[in-house]
Design a protein around this ligand. Structure first.
Ligand code: GDP
Length: 137
């Protein structure tokens, strides 16, 4: 069993598609271990995306991620990290495969509906950024 962090980003929350995204995770066999709706401060978003601090889009990314509420979710399943990346689709929705969450719900490479951890180490760090161990059920 593997765990991964998903975030339903502010654009998808504004569109009212929390429900279909959660349903998709469950349909694909990913179990919700923990979940909460939060609004990140700019500093919290900067901490979460610290690995991208030198990228030209860092300011835009952290402004967007702190611009409204999002839903943070710890998902569990066999191969959960790759399964979630497959369900999400490519970073740029213009390149995302049909039926992926980003193809369905994202408008641009910046405002791209969902986040998903990309490796076991980052998944552990990202889950711990938002959830205490006792909250993972
Ligand atoms: P991901 O793992 O598919 O989310 O992609 P990355 O780790 O490469 O990038 C992290 C996030 O930064 C993406 O999901 C986008 O929200 C944002 N991002 C990536 N590239 C760009 C870009 O060129 N412009 C803007 N504004 N945001 C970007």
């Amino acid at each position: 069993m593997e765990r991964t962090l998903s975030i339903i980003k502010p654009d998808a929350v504004k569109k009212g598609v929390i429900g279909p995204i959660l349903a998709r995770f469950e349909e694909e066999g990913l179990r919700i271990c923990a979940m909460k709706k939060i609004q990140m401060s700019k500093r919290v978003a900067e901490g979460f995306y610290a690995v991208h601090a030198e990228r030209p889009f860092f300011g835009e990314l952290t402004e967007f991620m702190s611009s409204g509420p999002c839903v943070v979710i710890a998902l569990e399943g066999e191969g959960a990290i790759l399964a979630n990346r497959r369900i999400m689709g490519a970073t740029n929705p213009a390149e995302a495969a049909d039926g992926t969450l980003r193809k369905l719900y994202a408008d641009s490479i910046g405002e791209n509906a969902v986040h998903g951890s990309d490796a076991p180490e980052t998944a552990a760090t990202e889950i711990a950024y938002f959830f205490a161990g006792t909250e993972l059920l």
